[in-house]
Design a protein around this ligand. Structure first.
Ligand code: NAP
Length: 260
């Protein structure tokens, strides 16, 4: 009999993913954690201090080869929880963005995430047991002018998560969508959005967001939007025309909207 469960967390080097990995370690999971850069090793060292084994994998999850590398490194030990969290943003007007970076948003947030969930999800289904947490976003509720591809990628993930959950309803595998609002992480700096209102205003705490997501996954809930402000925002977004939402998004994400 296995004594400890195993959680695989992607994008665990910083931000929400690192905090999700801490939640899993504190709940007694062994960990396989992944990110693209070498910082995943220092995250692993930090997580090992919480007890349990931690295996760090450096892999580019925008590629199928990177996902294959991660799955191979995880080995034959069953994955009890998959926290598919790795993602990147991209600010500025669509026509001004570099196409390679546009493609990387799609490849990381959508293609790589789907491929990983397809591989691990099939294995979970064979055992009829497992938990999947997908980090979507409340951005998926709003056409994201000046962050257009990113918001569309999160709309994809939010939608996909609910659909997959329904398909697996009669199985022992649960699917939960974590939909954070703007959260204090490396995200906005990496997305070149430090000249915007959303990039510079006060944001939610990554630890609080991760705790809510982890707890929702453990109780098998369908989704979680963190914080009252974000809950209100999604409720309003559901009854507001997309054209109006896109106009409002410009006010937060257009370059030059940063508070001085
Ligand atoms: P973050 O601090 O920038 O963390 C992103 C993580 O994803 C890092 O560990 C990064 O590792 C990893 N990653 C990115 N591209 C990768 C790739 N191609 N292959 C492997 N790893 C990759 O940002 P975060 O805010 O915590 O973002 C985590 C998730 O939350 C993302 O899916 C994001 O869309 C979502 N989210 C964020 C916010 C927010 O306001 N921050 C709001 C809603 C949803 P490397 O540095 O090694 O690339």
């Amino acid at each position: 009999m296995r004594d400890k469960q195993l959680a695989l967390v992607t994008g665990a080097s910083t931000g929400i993913g690192l905090e999700l990995a801490k939640c899993a370690a504190e709940a007694g999971f062994d960990l396989v954690i992944a990110a693209d850069e070498v910082a995943i090793e220092s995250a692993a060292a930090e997580l090992r201090r919480l007890g349990g084994s931690v295996q760090a994998v450096q892999a580019d999850l925008a590629t199928t080869e990177g996902v294959d590398k991660l799955c191979a490194a995880a080995g034959s030990r069953p994955i009890d929880a998959l926290l598919a969290n790795a993602g990147v943003g991209l600010g500025k007007a669509f026509v001004d963005q570099d196409f390679q970076r546009i493609r990387r948003v799609v490849d990381t947030n959508i293609t790589g995430t789907l491929y990983l969930i397809h591989r691990v999800g099939n294995e979970m289904l064979r055992r009829n047991s497992g938990r999947i947490l997908i980090t979507g976003s409340i951005a998926g509720f709003t056409p994201g002018s000046f962050q257009a591809v990113y918001n569309a990628s999160k709309a994809f993930l939010d939608s996909f998560s609910f659909a997959l959950r329904e398909e697996l309803r009669d199985s022992g595998v649960t699917v939960t969508c974590l939909m954070p609002g703007a959260t204090e992480t490396e995200f906005f700096r990496r997305a070149d959005m430090m000249d915007t209102k959303v990039g510079t205003e006060k944001k939610d705490d990554a630890r609080d967001v991760a705790k809510a997501g982890f707890s929702a996954m453990m109780s098998g809930e369908s989704d979680v939007v963190t914080g009252m402000k974000n809950k209100l925002q999604t409720t309003i977004a559901n009854v507001t025309p997309n054209e109006v939402l896109a106009k409002q998004h410009r006010k937060m994400a257009e370059p030059g909207t940063a508070k001085s």
